[in-house]
Design a protein around this ligand. Sequence first.
Ligand code: S3P
Length: 445
Amino acid sequence: MKPFVSTPLVSPARALAGTVTLPGDKSISHRALMLGALSVGETVVEGLLEGEDVLRTAAALTALGAELARDERGLWHIHGRGVGGLAEPTEVLDLGNSGTAARLLMGLAASHPFVSFFTGDASLRRRPMRRVAEPLERMGARLIAREGCRLPLAVVGTAEPLPITYRVPVPSAQVKSAVLLAGLNAPGVTTVIEPVATRDHSERMLRAFGAVVELSERDDGASAVMLTGQPELKPQRLAVPADISSAAFVLVASLLVPGSRVSLKGVGVNPLRCGLLTTLAEMGAELSLENKREQAGEPVADLVIAAGRLEGVHVPAARAPSMIDEYPALAVAAAVARGTSRFDGLAELRVKESDRLSAIAAGLAANGVNAEIEGDSLIVHGSAGPVAGGGQVETRMDHRIAMAFLVLGLGAKAPVAVDDGAMIDTSFPGFVALMNGLGARIAAP
Ligand code: S3P
């Protein structure tokens, strides 16, 4: 355990200011490595997130036979093995804290004729895997797991994967992507039907590598993604946009420290990831998107944010998939806002790196903020200014809980401590140094 403490910056003399480039997008980084490993030739990735989660994907792909190397300029070079060309790993694939790595790689392994073993850290070993096991078994793989379909588990892949049509029962880009990645090695068209649209990074990147991916709308309003199997993926040169989920913490910190003004360069603003920006604007945030452009098949922009008064907000359930990782940061914004905020449709937050719904409520309560959980909704009664603070927050091995409450401490009356800051490196290496560079005071005592 590595406890961190953040000290209030509520005096205008300590505003946050500057221009920063944040680490690469986690979702896009995992996918860039995976599709590079399935192409024939050399893929080069710039701006890869070198956080623990993505490094686990890199190690697993190496164990599956791809060649990955980082050069002295920080570019990643991947020599792939072609679709269907992965090799049986001789070691257990340990995906650490990363649900994305585990679920997407299970999809890849399922459509190869070998056996592979998956595990992860204590947090990942608690997370549900039936959601991917079920469609992968329909495609012909067999998964052998312990009670509740949790890791560690074995994937017995199939030499003849079936292209299926699968309607995802929970809004999950990881489930959609696992099925699509398995479908890459199946003859014919694999179709994933999503009643609620989730992030489409896999679809965009598959197209960039030359696969045929078509979209259609069903009569009931659901969307269908159709992938034509067994394409020859062509190696690419990609620059990963900065991660909007990491930007969330910098945006909220800038909003709640009086006098702050911060620019964030080249942040991914995929519409299926931008729910937080919509929500902050509804709360009255002064936030602008400048220099809009495209990078790696994804929309990006520079974000400029200035501190200001925030109002409580109601976020409907329909918006949740587009900001599912941003609720810890949003809850902090709601804590300093004027009035009550209500966030609906948060069932999925219970099965993230921790039960985030309860971790957020407990962290707020420890810092003098009134919050309640009502079914799958979170209600936060804002303090209309700095919160009391002074609490010790249990992060439960969850990087986003740690960052959210360190941000809360910057806008509190008394310092806020988190029990463990080490996990932050899974998604945002350099978070503390970057924040302190902007004027924050976060310390690992
Ligand atoms: C991710 C999808 C989301 C998100 C996770 C990354 C992805 O999970 O919470 O951090 O890269 O596909 P679910 O698909 O399980 O909602």
